[in-house]
Design a binder for this molecule. Sequence first.
Ligand code: NAD
Length: 285
Amino acid sequence: MRLPIAFGRIITRAMSSSTGATTERFLQGRSALITGSTSGIGLGIAKSLAARGCDILLNGFADETVVNRLKNDISSNHGVNVHFFSTDLAKPEELNEMCNSIKSMYPVVDIIVNNAGFQHVSPIDEFPDEKWHDLLEVLLGAPFRLIKAFLPGMKTQNYGRVINISSAHGIIASPNKSAYVAAKHGLVGLTKVVALETAEMNITCNSICPGYVETPIFEFQVKSLAEKESLEYTEAKKKFLSNFHPSKEAVRVTDVAEMTTFLCTDACRNMTGSQITMDGAWTAK
Ligand code: NAD
């Protein structure tokens, strides 16, 4: 039977609230802090959450023109409030200041996405101590500090979502990436502890473990291979990925963003402490 459009809309709305589907603006009235959201995966996540009506707290490095454009684009496209914090997460005192500013605007932050990260590649016997320190602080120390700061607010309302962007390198290792692999494994461990400590509340904590994601850094690596071996870009991409992803396909930024958004739904209230792999079966080997 064909339903009148207005009636159909009511049904769709009712279905989405009972199934927790990611349709419509199911995050209206909520707020999300996404670290490292001035580019790549973090920016994709910010856009996806904003599209569901969520206020967005951006963080990361970018020049003022870029930041203003991002803020305007997200708020005008999705009708949400957007704030930006240029906080260097390698510096705990800056991170504390950011938490205080956020709490003066949003006493409770509903969603935290720990995404900020960078890489340093070097054999361990030459790995600079400062790089080890900063990498561990940004990829693991900052998630610990942010969860510690915002979990009490989540507990007061019996709702919260913590999503840690780990990596396939949170499950397996590659040479020359000691700090990154250690931090990403640590983030998976931190995820499990937070999940256990909040298990009786409607607060969940999960990590997403992507393989290679199609970001500018990935494209740069493929282009270098294409030049080195005189290959077309698509051939070089397949060749590069075949060393890692059995699927020979890269993960898209939007795939990780939609997974993050899905984890915020009511359907995921019992999904906590998980490591969600998105790696074309790399870590299944
Ligand atoms: P990206 O370089 O595009 O973005 C990194 C973000 O982190 C930027 O906004 C940057 O400004 C921010 N950042 C870096 N250092 C910071 C600091 N000290 N303080 C505050 N912000 C800082 O990278 P991406 O590829 O989008 O990666 C995002 C996350 O996903 C990282 O944690 C990365 O380890 C993880 N990841 C990426 C891939 C991939 O293939 N791209 C795969 C698996 C996991």
